[in-house]
Write a protein that binds this ligand. Structure first.
Ligand code: ASP
Length: 317
């Protein structure tokens, strides 16, 4: 198999705050993305950076910042998370999310949920208000209702474009599975030096048998440890699970002493060697943050104290 090219961007360390967001990786290329989508996605990533960045600038926690950034993208119909999530084989929006606090290694995750407007907030409630780390399907939805999480009807999550993709897939048509992207995530380092990571997704179009990807699997799609790194992944989820990607990245930093950028590239190299594609966003305890991916593009953004924001979509920017 030809080795896939890895696109990377990593910042220098900082004592200030750092926030990195993503909106999914895939065949994101200039000739495949219409102008309206491009403008909308850049604006939405900017709003996510603003939501998390204003918390961090006011000395708020990394945990609050990543939740706030992901909530913005969950509400945005252009991303495959919350509103605008893809449909399962049964025509249902089954949502996965996870959040992790690098200071305590507290973690919360939900899979195949259908009722929480913000699956990431439900994952946080699992972390903070239950003795568990992961709840699934109807049980997780019941937990959310019992704990006062905002509930949404199926119509809230439905978008006509996602339904069209679903029908095209069911008809055995030409829906380009390679064009799937839109999982969202955020990682942050706050001014106290603590890290957090969050990821939210609808998974894959037409997923069957309550398939669960890497996003809500702690250590695979999501991981945070102040001693290593905070990471959120996107891409071919089964490969990220098999590599233990987000934990592996942190372990490379913590145990092997690799800089976060080299650790990210090492993990994406492992993913590629197994035939997988996608990317990671990550930040370490010294505030070095950024991303790397082996797909054509990745929706991504980065904000730091007193620095211009970066928002990028394609591999060549
Ligand atoms: N990693 C996600 C999943 O497999 C999908 C994606 O990031 O596009 O569920």
């Amino acid at each position: 198999m030809a080795e896939r090219q890895i696109t990377s961007h990593w910042t220098a360390p900082t004592d200030g705050w750092t926030l990195v967001v993503h909106g999914g990786a895939g065949q994101i290329m200039r000739d495949r993305l219409d102008a309206e989508t491009e403008v909308h996605v850049r604006a939405a990533l900017t709003r996510a950076l603003d939501a998390g960045g204003s918390i961090l600038a006011a000395s708020g926690s990394a945990l609050d910042a990543v939740e706030a950034a992901v909530c913005v993208l969950e509400d945005d119909p252009y991303f495959n998370a919350g509103r605008g999530a893809v449909f399962s084989a049964e025509g249902i929006n089954e949502l996965d999310a996870a959040i992790m606090d690098g200071a305590t290694r507290g973690a919360g995750a939900v899979s195949a949920v259908t009722k929480a407007r913000h699956p990431i907030s439900l994952a946080r409630a699992v972390m903070e208000q239950s003795p568990h780390v992961m709840l699934t399907a109807a049980g997780a939805d019941r937990f959310g209702a019992e704990h006062g999480l905002e509930q949404a009807a199926p119509a809230w999550f439905h978008t006509d474009e996602r339904w069209r993709q679903y029908e095209e897939m069911r008809a055995g048509g030409t829906f380009d599975a390679d064009l799937k992207y839109g999982t969202v995530g955020a990682v942050a380092r706050d001014v106290a030096g603590h890290l957090a990571a969050a990821t939210s997704t609808g998974g894959l179009t037409g997923k069957r048998w309550q398939r669960i990807g890497d996003s809500p699997v702690i250590g695979a799609g999501t991981w945070a440890d102040d001693r290593g790194a905070a990471t959120s992944c996107t891409g071919s989820g089964e490969h990220f699970i098999r590599v233990g990607a987000a934990h592996e990245l942190s372990a490379r930093v913590r145990l092997a002493g690799q800089p976060v950028g080299a650790a990210g590239e090492g993990v994406i190299g492992e993913i590629g060697a197994l035939g997988g594609t996608g990317g990671v966003i990550s930040v370490d305890g010294d505030g070095r943050g950024g991303w790397c991916f082996n797909s054509a593009g990745m929706y991504r953004g980065l904000a730091r104290a007193n620095q211009p924001r970066i928002v990028a979509l394609f591999g060549d920017e």
